[in-house]
Design a binder for this molecule. Sequence first.
Ligand SMILES: Nc1ncnc2c1ncn2[C@@H]1O[C@H](COP(=O)(O)OP(=O)(O)O)[C@@H](O)[C@H]1O
Ligand SMILES: O=C(O)C1=C[C@@H](OP(=O)(O)O)[C@@H](O)[C@H](O)C1
Ligand SMILES: [Mg+2]
Length: 266
Amino acid sequence: MIKEPDTLMLIGFMGAGKTTVGKEIARQHHSKFVDIDSEIERAAGKSIAEIFEERGEAGFRELETKVLNNVQTFDGVVATGGGVVERPENLEILRHSPATIIYLHGNLESTIGRLILEGQRPLLQEKSTAEFFALWQERDPKYEEVANFTVETVGKTPARIAAEIIALFSANEDELALLQLRSQIDAFDRQIFKIISERFQIVEAVARYKEKFGIPTIQQDRMLKLRKELKSDFSTSVDITDDMIDGIMTILMQAAIDKENRQLNR
Ligand SMILES: Nc1ncnc2c1ncn2[C@@H]1O[C@H](COP(=O)(O)OP(=O)(O)O)[C@@H](O)[C@H]1O
Ligand SMILES: O=C(O)C1=C[C@@H](OP(=O)(O)O)[C@@H](O)[C@H](O)C1
Ligand SMILES: [Mg+2]
């Protein structure tokens, strides 16, 4: 799909990981890397925040378009800024770009969490949560439209995302639609196991409680009630069958009982 020395361009919302994953692809693939934001800062001799302060968002966007134009045939990986899809002029550049454009898709929750931790994006400071959500909704179809491929990033490490993108280099065109779906499946699998590990943290607290009050580890009536309720709550789903609920709950509950017993030395 993408053969060196073609340009690989990462787009997506602020905090999606464009800068981090871009550097990681360059590291793993031994290619060059450029970040449009850093190029803007270098050309202006000022930080993004200072540019926003002195020239407003419009002033920043003008500089962004110039740099975007200049990196169209960059030999390596280009990380864009999240607002690269704001100007119609930029969308035209991206629509006709010789670069392969990858959309790093995420979710609002993890993205906002990261941005708050970092606290460096001027737009985050000036927008309300509702405005931020509106911006997300507005930009998402634009990223989709100009991208050649969408990678689902939720629950994946930057190294994993980079490896997934590099694997596209040797994929053939017919496989791309399938790989895009698998990117989403892989993200869901990681979320499932993250939730299971969070479940175990609660199991640990339950074990401490049972120890304090001398309650037995296994409570048959509670386990049966739980399964019954799950089957009723998912009764309209054709895919989540009663058998599946039994199978998965058996694994989860046995693992929880084992953990509680180990913790309580029972
Ligand atoms: N897949 C990821 N998992 C966990 N943290 C990430 C991931 N991608 C990025 N981050 C973290 O989120 C923050 C924003 O990442 P960054 O690469 O600057 O995003 P962008 O360039 O898209 O705005 C950084 O602190 C980075 O370390
Ligand atoms: O989304 C945006 O409008 C912006 C995203 C930032 O880049 P990142 O997406 O790398 O955070 C930076 O260009 C500027 O703060 C504006
Ligand atoms: Mg960035």
